[in-house]
Design a protein around this ligand. Structure first.
Ligand code: SF4
Length: 429
């Protein structure tokens, strides 16, 4: 997923997608009481079974700020870019032990705007990471990009760096809306960017879209979805706009300068999205994600299926199956700590209940659903009984269905009510 809602890694809220999952988001992720300052955890046994891992690298630089964005990013690339890249490489060296020998299958440069990094710094980053991590086993190497950065020269550098997937924040094909939300590119630049990538041999392209943008209508949204499909990207992600408090767009709404699209219309936009993409042959493999056969995002899938990952850079998160670690949201603090040889994370140890809740919430977002038998094995009879009992009610109501003899998945109606369904299935003592 792309910079607009940046990578799943940067903020846990990003696993939340469309219209209003804030309650669940808060329930699961905003639990500061468990966060403590730390060095590293030690869960040796856990790692015995690790066979693969993802590495996420956060590039927090942007050329300007989009009006809806409350992510951690900075405009200080010229001043701090080079030392930040050195800090990333140093952090990889300091923390590579956390991978415990797991094979690194995916590398994801998210942001911010990774395509803002000058090619020389990108080269230095890849060279530095390769020197301290075994990247020879990579299956997917994604970089996020904004269309205005995707020039022929930039694209030409990607294959030699090993990048084989580009995720691009297009958001809309309506120029007035793009201007309103502070995007720097035009619809035409997005089209040209895809062509530039193809010319350079990048044939795994993902496009991000946003629905519920101010001024967007059902017909203009349909048009944006169709224009995206016409570019034949292998992957499309689409997210509902949220007005994050304190952003420029939030202030505009509060001041009456922009009008929020009603929730029912956002749901209709989501239905249009699903219908159009499925008719065009895209598999709806996660609530917000669609792909042609064989092109699921491997890296993002690791967030949904409980695969451990190492997050490097300011504001990046890591997860080892039990511990979630958080790097500081402060560029200077991050660089100074790392260059002093200190690992800069805070960490939270997930309880069994937390892990059950995450398993249920993340699993239900995907087309694979939640495997009840695995739930029983990992969380015990009581959790299994609770889950299956609550799930039965939603099967009867048409919100869930059982597939492959034991996997619970949301129906189309259930997706529209996913907040409520997921909330009901979370651990309730
Ligand atoms: S490009 Fe815009 S949306 Fe993406 S991180 Fe920067 S400010 Fe946020």
């Amino acid at each position: 997923m792309n910079c607009c809602f940046c990578s799943l890694n940067q903020r846990a809220k990003l696993v939340i997608f469309t219209v209003n999952h804030n309650i669940i988001k808060k329930k699961i992720f905003n639990n500061p009481k468990k966060i403590e300052k730390t060095g590293r955890g030690d869960h040796g046994n856990l790692y015995l079974c690790l066979v693969m891992a993802g590495v996420y690298v956060h590039i927090p630089f942007c050329a300007s700020r989009c009006s809806y964005c409350d992510f951690f990013s900075t405009l200080r690339l010229a001043e701090a870019g080079a030392e930040y890249v050195e800090a990333l490489v140093t952090e990889a060296r300091l923390r590579r032990g956390e991978l415990r020998g797991a094979t690194v299958k995916t590398l994801y440069l998210g942001g911010g705007t990774p395509s803002q990094l000058p090619v020389e710094l990108l080269e230095r980053l890849v060279e530095g990471l390769s020197a301290v991590l075994d990247l020879t086993t990579l299956e997917e190497f994604t970089i996020e990009a904004n269309p205005d950065d995707v020039t022929p020269a930039w694209c030409a550098a990607l294959p030699r760096l090993g990048v084989n997937r580009v995720s691009m924040g297009v958001q809309s094909f309506e120029d007035p809306i793009l201007r309103l939300i502070g995007r720097r590119h035009t619809a035409r630049q997005a089209v040209e960017a895809v062509a530039n990538l193809r010319t350079a041999g990048i044939d795994n392209i993902s496009i991000d879209l946003i629905f519920g943008l101010p001024g967007q209508t059902l017909s203009s949204w349909t048009d944006s979805v169709r224009q995206a499909i016409a570019l034949h990207p292998q992957h499309i992600s689409a997210y509902g706009l949220t007005y994050e408090e304190g952003t420029r767009l939030w202030h505009q709404r509060e001041g009456g300068e922009v009008v929020e699209v009603p929730e029912e219309q956002c749901l209709e936009m989501y239905r249009i999205l699903v219908d159009e993409l499925q008719a065009a042959g895209y598999e709806h493999y996660e609530i917000s994600n669609f792909a042609l056969s064989g092109y699921y995002s491997r890296h993002n899938s690791s967030y949904w299926d409980d695969t451990p990952y190492l997050g490097l850079g300011a504001a990046a998160h890591s997860y080892d199956g039990v511990l979630r670690r958080y790097n500081p949201h402060d560029l200077r603090q991050y660089i100074d700590k790392i260059m002093a040889g200190e690992v800069a994370c805070e960490q939270e140890e997930l309880t069994r209940r937390d892990r059950y809740d995450e398993r249920v919430m993340l699993g239900l977002r995907t087309a694979r659903g939640v495997d009840a038998e695995r739930l029983r094995q990992d969380f015990g009879e009581q959790a299994w009984c609770y889950f299956t009992r609550e799930a039965e009610k939603h099967i009867a109501a048409g919100n869930l269905r059982l597939i492959d003899g034991g996997r619970y998945v949301l129906t189309r109606d259930g997706i529209m009510l996913s907040d409520a369904v997921i909330r009901d299935l979370m651990w309730d003592e």
